[in-house]
Design a protein around this ligand. Structure first.
Ligand SMILES: CC(C)(COP(=O)(O)OP(=O)(O)OC[C@H]1O[C@@H](n2cnc3c(N)ncnc32)[C@H](O)[C@@H]1OP(=O)(O)O)[C@@H](O)C(=O)NCCC(=O)NCCS
Length: 211
């Protein structure tokens, strides 16, 4: 059977605590990113705040009760996004205040911190997680929330393959390891169209109307 994709609130309703979820995601990171520098890996005691206060920014893949994959994104404030683009903000340094709560419709900047999947769930199940990312963006776009920029920090050949395939291009090297990949418009909209035609059309309409 294929695994399924859940929100943090689904996992809480099923009886896990924020601490459980953070611990399990951290263990997954340790499995798929062995040797990640502490500056980026951070510590569970810090990540638990992101899981607690920025719940909508995660989707988790579950198989038979085990957490086997996830993505974590963060709509960053403008100064934090600028630091990130200059390679000057490591994942483990991101604080609660660097992340914006999406409470007012408008345009934001999105940092794709991580997508990670256990070895045995690579390939087709990854599409479920990426579809869930398309749904996350489409739900926001329906409510008037758009991202004008999106970037990712790439540490591995797997990440490079995924983000290059999306259409991102390499930029600054990051303090503590990794390289920032980002989109130039309209490549971002082209990727969104591939994730979901409705999402792509909404973005196309929004950004065309604006120019
Ligand atoms: C990154 C990771 C999730 C990618 O998963 P993968 O199975 O190795 O990726 P693949 O390139 O084989 O793609 C698997 C499927 O995902 C989908 N996919 C991959 N990249 C995609 C993209 N840019 N857009 C849309 N779909 C994509 C496709 O459905 C693809 O299947 P297909 O090749 O049959 O079309 C996985 O390798 C992993 O967890 N690696 C360790 C952690 C890591 O390096 N993370 C990235 C840095 S944050």
């Amino acid at each position: 059977m294929m695994p399924s994709v859940r929100t943090i609130s689904d996992l809480l309703l099923q009886g896990r605590t924020h601490e459980d979820i953070t611990r399990e995601l951290y263990a997954l990171d340790q499995r798929v990113f062995p040797g990640m520098p502490l500056l980026h890996a951070g510590v569970p005691e810090v990540w638990v705040d992101q899981v607690r206060y920025h719940q909508p920014n995660y989707r988790v893949m579950v198989d038979g009760g085990r957490l086997v994959g996830y993505w974590h994104v963060a709509p960053l404030t403008e100064p934090s996004f600028a630091r990130l683009l200059h390679g000057d903000l490591a994942d483990g340094e991101i604080e609660l205040d660097d992340v914006q709560l999406l409470d007012q419709p408008g345009e934001y900047d999105l940092y794709f911190l991580v997508i990670a999947v256990d070895d045995e769930f690579r390939g087709p199940p990854v599409k479920l997680l990426l579809d869930a990312f398309g749904d996350y963006l489409a739900d926001l776009a329906r409510d008037g929330f758009y991202f004008r920029r999106l970037c990712a920090n790439v540490f591995t050949p797997d990440g490079e393959r995924l983000f290059r395939r999306a259409g991102m291009i390499p930029g600054s090297m990051q303090d503590g390891g990794g390289q920032i990949f980002s989109f130039e418009m309209p490549a971002m909209i082209d990727w969104f169209k591939r994730l979901s035609p409705e999402l792509g059309e909404r973005y196309e309409r929004h950004f065309q109307a604006r120019t």
